[in-house]
Design a binder for this molecule. Structure first.
Ligand code: WT7
Length: 665
């Protein structure tokens, strides 16, 4: 943990929620009566947690049974020890074998209007087999890392499952990350194959993806082949030695593939996420425990009825939500789901609601930032569509403010659908804190409490439990099946980041509070990690990108509250002496810096606002006071300035902030 938290434990979201809302919504009677899981599940799980998880693991198909449920040598866990399974077989083949091959697995909708494909489980099985055969032909073996850099197209799911089928861990990189970010991740993972496409459709136009891969592959000697899906038909540069077309290599493969089984702890994927330092961490997930918890939670928290429900998770596969609740959880459950390639306003700001209507979506899973955007766009857009098929509405990625929660329930859910606010992380692999829609009553803005089989404890700064009521740091004090198994190639960082602040407990990085009813409220990050539109970005990473610009002497970055995106990135930059005079107006230089950050990390990390300042506020020992910069960025009265070396510095910044403007894109 770095020294000075940028987010105070008393984050406004949680406290305002507590002050203004104490209303409860009960589960709808029909849903409660037919719910997949009933109230007794909590008791069963707390009576014998391991027996509970073993029962859930038996929902999967194992080729060899496990001998021990859990082997726990803190902080290293092994689940379902000795067991063997194939994750892809569990997600695809067994549904075909059970006679459900004609069920649609994916209703895919491309961004250009009318671009649609529905893929049954039988078709998905053939696709995954062909891709698995192709990967083998390209020299990929069990244990090799495969990078995936694709838009939201069915091939992305097929590629992930093909990797899983042959035991080659994938590492998906979100298409919004830059060539540099991709290079760093390929290098860390030491990947031999990259799967990409010429591009994808976003915001009404074809965007390119392959140029970033070309640049990264040139710099990464480990990359032997690049497998390219043709999606948009745009021109691409071609390297005959390295590049192969998906339609050339995959399409001609046999559509059968004998899957071997792998150990329960076989690595399934690495997913890079931001921590409190500049270097992203490769979070490692394995097979049996991960699939057990993702599929169980998906079944329980959405009350999934695979024969009749149509499920839609709007997350990109580049994030953990896309891994656990687009690919592994829903497919392991044999669900029918919608997958959409583009932006919410492509073809009209009611695009999502026309998708819900067209496919009869019954379970929707999305992020608060999207909900707040739709609130801004107005009630008329959803009102113009038939949303009566919806049954359960999920939220994930950041705290949901009570206003957005109520709007989601009323306008999208017709005042009848329960809202399930689900707290979890890339590291937890699966949902940890959430209500059960047929069991738990809900309070607007709260994720309510830990799921069955999960143990949460809120502790004070000394690591002492606050008990049934009170606020502090969120910790997990028992291992769980989908927990990360480590940080790729960095055991020390794994111990240090998650297990050292409160020895013996997993520290999530979030503040939390039990209210008087012993209901849990998540209060946001307490470290240097920002949450922008549900995306995790570290302040240090953006600072490093800024200071890598030749004209920047120093930079400080803070996450400031933002009504739509939750937090927004605000940067304070001191230029180098020689350019300081030319940049007094700041606007053009600030724009150049924003583009520089986009190039270094990706457009998602572009600061909303950059303030050019001759100096940054520092303590007498030279430490930048980010707490004060946050006050400035959030237009608050400045906190205690007495420890500053020169208090006039921050006053000058504050005056300048008052007269500056933010970028729109
Ligand atoms: C961080 C994890 C979980 C998948 C997407 C994000 C915040 C996530 C909630 C929620 C309040 C939430 C936390 C957490 N977060 N869900 N329902 N309520 N905060 O995964 O990128 O690993 O980010 O997102 O701060 O630590 P991630």
């Amino acid at each position: 943990m770095t020294s000075e938290p940028t987010t105070a434990l008393t984050a406004e979201t949680g406290l305002a929620a507590l002050a203004t809302e104490n209303r409860r919504f009960e589960p709808p009677a029909d849903l409660a009566a037919n719910a997949n899981v009933k109230a007794d599940v909590y008791d069963a799980a707390s009576t014998d947690r391991l027996a509970f998880w073993e029962e859930q693991a038996r929902r999967l198909q194992w080729e060899k049974p496990w001998t021990t449920a859990l082997d726990w040598e803190p902080p290293f866990a092994k689940w379902f020890v000795g067991g063997e399974l194939n994750v892809a077989v569990n997600c695809v083949d067994r549904h075909v074998a059970a006679g459900n091959g004609d069920r649609v697995a994916i209703h895919w909708e491309g961004e250009p209007e009318g671009d649609r494909r529905s893929i049954t489980y039988t078709e998905l099985q053939a696709d995954v087999c062909r891709a698995a055969n192709a990967l083998t032909e390209l020299g990929v073996e069990a244990g090799d890392r495969v990078m995936i850099y694709l838009p939201m197209i069915p091939e992305a799911v097929v590629a992930m499952l093909a990797c899983a089928r042959i035991g080659a861990p994938h590492s998906v990189v979100f298409g919004g990350f830059s060539a540099q970010a991709l290079t760093d991740r390929i290098t860390d993972a030491d990947a031999r194959l990259v799967i990409t496409s010429d591009g994808g459709y976003r915001r009404g136009a074809a965007a390119a993806l392959k140029p970033a891969v070309d640049e990264a592959a040139d710099r990464c000697p480990s990359v032997q082949k690049v497998l390219v899906v043709r999606r948009t038909g745009q021109d691409v540069a071609w390297n005959d030695e390295r590049d192969v077309w998906w339609h050339d290599v995959v399409d001609r493969q046999p559509d059968v593939h004998e899957a071997r089984s792998f150990d329960s702890e076989q690595p399934l994927f690495l997913l890079y996420t931001s921590g409190t330092t500049g270097k992203p961490k490769g979070i490692l997930h394995t097979s049996g425990g991960y699939l057990t918890q993702t599929s169980w939670s998906h079944n329980a928290v959405f009350d999934l009825k695979p024969e009749t429900d149509v499920y839609w998770c709007t997350a990109d596969i580049g994030w953990v939500t896309g891994h656990s609740y687009v690919v592994y959880g829903p497919l392991a459950n044999g669900a029918t789901q919608v997958m959409y390639e583009g932006t919410p306003d492509a073809g009209g700001k009611d695009r999502w609601w026309s998708i819900v209507e067209r496919y009869g979506v019954s379970l929707l899973y999305t992020a608060p930032t999207a909900i707040r955007t739709f609130m801004k766009w107005g009630d008329e857009l959803p009102a113009a569509h038939d949303l009566s098929t919806l049954r359960v509405l999920g939220s994930v990625g950041e705290p949901i403010n009570p206003e957005a929660w109520i709007w989601y329930r009323r306008v999208i859910g017709g005042d009848r659908c329960p809202i399930v606010d689900t707290w979890w992380q890339t590291e937890t692999g699966a949902m940890m804190i959430a209500p059960l829609p047929g069991v738990t009553s809900t309070k607007p803005g709260s994720a309510m409490g830990p799921l069955p089989g999960i143990s949460v404890d809120v502790v004070n700064g000394e690591g002492t439990s606050v008990g049934e009521v009170g606020g502090g740091y969120l910790t997990l004090d028992e291992p769980w099946p989908a927990m990360l198994r480590g940080i790729w190639n960095d055991e020390e960082r794994y111990r240090e980041t998650y297990w050292s602040k409160f020895p013996g407990r997993y520290f999530a990085g979030d503040g939390a509070k039990w209210d008087d009813d012993h209901v849990l409220w998540l209060l946001g990050r307490v470290d240097d990690v920002m949450n922008v539109s549900g995306h995790r970005i570290s302040t240090t990473e953006v600072e490093s990108a800024l200071v890598s610009h030749p004209s920047v002497a120093e930079a400080a970055v803070v996450g400031a509250a933002d009504p739509t995106t939750g937090q927004a990135i605000v940067a304070f930059v001191t230029p180098k002496g020689s350019v300081a005079d030319d940049v007094s107006s700041g606007d053009a230089f600030a724009q150049e810096l924003r583009n520089h950050v986009a190039k270094e990390i990706g457009p998602i990390a572009k600061p909303r606002q950059i303030l050019i300042t001759p100096e940054l506020p520092k303590t007498r020992s030279g430490k930048i006071m980010r707490r004060l910069l946050r006050d400035v960025a959030e237009h608050r009265e400045l906190g205690d300035v007495t420890t500053l070396a020169d208090p006039t510095v921050v006053n000058a910044i504050n005056d300048k902030m008052g007269s500056s403007s933010s970028a729109e894109d």
